[in-house]
Design a protein around this ligand. Structure first.
Ligand code: GLN
Ligand code: ZN
Length: 754
């Protein structure tokens, strides 16, 4: 196998467009206002621009086929002929693809779940007993040809067979998808042959599943599959890319196969494990020293040292990002509100590509060749270390004092007594999760405020009138615990990030979350300081309009971390505690203002769960600790709620109980109350509100079906501990759906009470 050596590359690039062009075009295509040709031509332009920029920046191997109209796992399912049979009737190929991704009026979509421990969501392929795999390589071949035409040294990227099957789910009684490896490996072999014919010198097969404990025999499978794929001679050179964690035994197993290159994440793991594998002495190691998923500028000096530590022990070295830069925004350029110091600490996608090129030059020509860049990097490191915003002693000292005093509340039973005396709620109290529909009027007002067309006063007036409407609606419906509806919040994390010191919120820092959905994670760069109350005015205003209790509404520390780019200069646990202290101060202020119930949302509790089993308990310990820190500043008579959603809770059920919230509302409409059985099994004895209907669907649930769901819940939870609520916030729903659904929900509660 002769192939041009690689010295500088990245593992993949973002695709939504620097200004979310692909998002906008795709949504227009869905709405029928943009044709297929126009969509394709916009996509082509975006790909070409990206390819040319990557090559011009100095990469000598450029990933292709990391473009996607929706998701790379779905693309792989298409490539392997493994779309679910229910979409087969959709004639047009792109519409069939989107039907699998989003469903249609009568086709349910594939399930969506998180890509490892990132905020990207992929579509879960379904493998049934009747799935027959077949090769459809058109997309990757076309993107390869397109890049070659531009003269770009293109390296097709594919999700590897082990990861593809491990991320798929069995349906219709089929066995575990991974058992079907022997059926798809030959298809990959054939594909490699076709890629070689089409002129690919290299191919990248992504196997991030190898850094997890999902498969018991990961090392054995990796050895077997890659011995087989690399055994063929008519193929491109193979780079097996891994990222997000440590390979453990899979590293020597891969190194013993004839693949040419292995990509390792040297941001998440140490280079020592790599240096310790003698079989790497004839491999190219693609060293992921530039963080592909966080936005910090690379410490070039440190990265050079990491690279140097590998030089003697591996065959050759290339510099790379640790993973695809899909997870970071395109470029720092549009961020004109950054101060110079902060700007100097950051690198977004295009800045990271330059870092890779710089390091590769340093590796090739010696440190002298990149002296100026290293100097600038050193200055940034120094400035970040000494910036007073990262070391606010007063906050650190207070945190220690609060932690030393302990973060426990009184015994749950006593709290319940005090709260019952104060609140006088009926059995099966009804409530909602926080947000009400974000109407066009609300969005317009926010846009107008941003554009300077209305002032803060006018904006607040309008939000107050929204709040008054939502309170009136809830009183009319007869709900027991009211909320203010969250009209003033653009996003449940960004809203707090904008008010806390230590955060920076970007203008254009969009990253793809799934499909056309993009998020703009705030940057948590410094010590977290709460200069003033963040929610008290809104909540007390809402409370002033009603005699029923209004729930204060806060986002928990773990969720704030999970949906931000977080400083990497101290353990996450420390940062979590700083955020928790700010939330704790807010709960205390709400309590002093007379608010009797406060909800601290932690929908992302499960998301940050580490990939390796051994790391899970330490994470859960600090996550629970941060929540308790946030919620233990209030007295027994103040009722703390939490809300959890978006996941299977099995693995974190013990932690949910340890949060020790007085009331936990939890997504359960779709998991059919399984979670209640799990909670009982571990002796959970606080109150719980399993969602009685699924808010993710526009369907209005009937009273009898919600009553049945409550009866069902009553088999697991006694009436005095059961709450009645939807399974998540209502912000994405239409006003009339919400009104009708909640009316039925309140009726269902009344019926079951009687
Ligand atoms: N309080 C938030 C809302 O109702 C919770 C959102 C969530 O769980 N993701 O919108
Ligand atoms: Zn939710």
């Amino acid at each position: 196998m002769t192939s041009t050596p690689i010295t500088a590359t990245i593992l993949g690039a973002p695709r939504i467009g620097p200004h979310r062009e692909l998002k906008r075009a795709t949504e227009k295509y869905w709405a029928g206002t943009l044709g297929r040709d126009e969509l394709d031509s916009l996509a082509t332009d975006l790909r070409r621009t990206s390819l040319s920029e990557l090559a011009a920046a100095g990469l000598d191997s450029v990933p292709v086929n990391t473009f996607s109209y929706y998701d790379q796992v779905l693309d792989t399912a298409v490539m392997l002929g493994a779309l679910p049979p229910r979409v087969a009737a959709v004639e047009d190929d792109l519409d069939r693809y989107f039907a699998a991704a989003r469903g249609t009026a009568d086709i349910p979509p594939l399930e969506m779940t998180k890509w490892f421990d990132t905020n990207y969501h992929y579509l879960v392929p379904e493998i049934g007993p009747d799935t027959t795999f077949s090769l459809h390589p058109d997309k990757v071949l076309a993107e390869l040809a397109e890049a070659r035409q531009l003269g770009v040294p293109a390296r097709p990227v594919l999700i590897g067979p082990i990861t593809f099957l491990a991320l798929s789910k069995a349906v219709d009684g089929a066995g575990a998808p991974i058992e079907r490896l022997d059926e798809i490996v030959p298809l990959y072999a054939e594909l490699l042959r076709r890629l070689a014919v089409a002129g690919a010198q290299w191919v990248q097969l992504d196997e991030p599943i190898l850094v997890t404990d999902v498969l018991d025999d990961a090392a054995e499978l990796a050895g077997r599959v890659y011995a087989s794929l690399a055994g063929a001679t008519d193929r491109p050179a193979i780079l097996v890319a891994t990222y997000f964690g440590e390979l453990d035994q899979a590293l020597p197993a891969l190194a013993r196969t004839p693949v040419e290159a292995i990509g390792v994440d040297l941001v998440a793991t140490s280079a020592r494990a790599v240096a310790a594998v003698p079989e790497l002495n004839d491999k190219l190691v693609v060293a992921g020293v530039v963080d592909g998923r966080n936005i910090w500028r690379t410490d070039l000096e440190a990265a050079l040292a990491t690279l140097a530590s590998l030089l003697g022990s591996v065959g050759s070295l290339a510099v790379s990002t640790s993973c695809s830069t899909l997870h970071v925004p395109y470029s720092l350029d549009p961020e004109d509100e950054l101060d110079d110091a902060l700007r100097s600490w950051l690198a977004f996608g295009s800045e990271k590509v330059l870092e890779v090129a710089t390091l590769a030059t340093g590796l090739r020509e010696g440190r002298g060749a990149i002296e100026a860049e290293v100097e600038a990097s050193n200055l940034a490191v120094k400035s970040r270390k000494s910036d007073p915003r990262l070391h606010v002693d007063r906050i650190r000292a207070r945190l220690q004092t609060v932690l030393a005093a302990g973060v426990h509340r009184g015994p749950a039973a006593e709290r319940r007594r005090a709260q019952n005396e104060r609140l006088h709620l009926p059995v099966l109290p009804t409530t909602t999760i926080g947000s009400y529909p974000q109407t066009t009027a609300i969005r317009k007002a926010r846009a107008a405020l941003r554009a300077g067309e209305i002032d803060q006063d006018a904006y607040e007036k309008q939000m107050r009138s929204e709040i008054a409407d939502v309170i009136r609606l809830q009183e009319e419906l007869g709900l027991d615990v009211l909320v203010h509806g969250e009209p003033e919040r653009n996003d449940m994390v960004q809203y707090f990030a904008e008010q806390l010191e230590g955060f920076f919120t970007t203008h254009n820092g969009w990253v793809q979350s799934y499909g056309t959905r993009c998020v703009r994670p705030p940057i948590l760069f410094g010590d977290v300081v709460r200069p003033r109350p963040m929610t008290v005015d809104w909540i007390t205003y809402a409370q002033s309009l009603t005699d029923k209790p209004v729930k204060g509404m806060l986002t928990g520390p773990v969720t704030i971390l999970a949906w931000s780019f977080v400083r990497d200069d101290q353990p996450l646990a420390e940062t979590a505690n700083q955020v928790a202290l700010a939330i704790r101060d807010e709960t205390v202020d709400l309590e002093s203002a007379g608010i009797a119930i406060i909800q601290v949302d932690e929908p992302a509790l499960r998301e940050l769960l580490p990939l390796r089993s051994k790391d899970k308990q330490p994470y859960l310990d600090w996550a629970v600790g941060a929540f308790r820190l946030a919620t233990s500043g209030v007295g027994d008579a103040t009722q703390i709620h939490t809300h959890l959603c978006y996941s299977e809770f099995g693995e974190v059920i013990g932690a949910i109980a340890d949060l020790d919230a007085d009331v936990t509302s939890i997504e359960a409409a779709r998991s059919h109350m399984e979670v209640l059985g799990d909670l009982n099994a571990i002796g959970f004895s606080n109150s719980v509100g399993p969602g009685v209907y699924d808010i993710h669907s526009p369907r209005v649930p009937t009273t009898p079906e919600m009553a049945a769901s409550l009866q069902n819940a009553l088999k697991a939870i006694p009436a005095e501990r059961l709450w009645v609520n939807p399974d998540c916030g209502l912000k994405t729903r239409k006003a009339d759906e919400v009104t009708r659904s909640l009316r039925n929900m309140v009726d269902a509660a009344k019926e079951v009470r009687a």
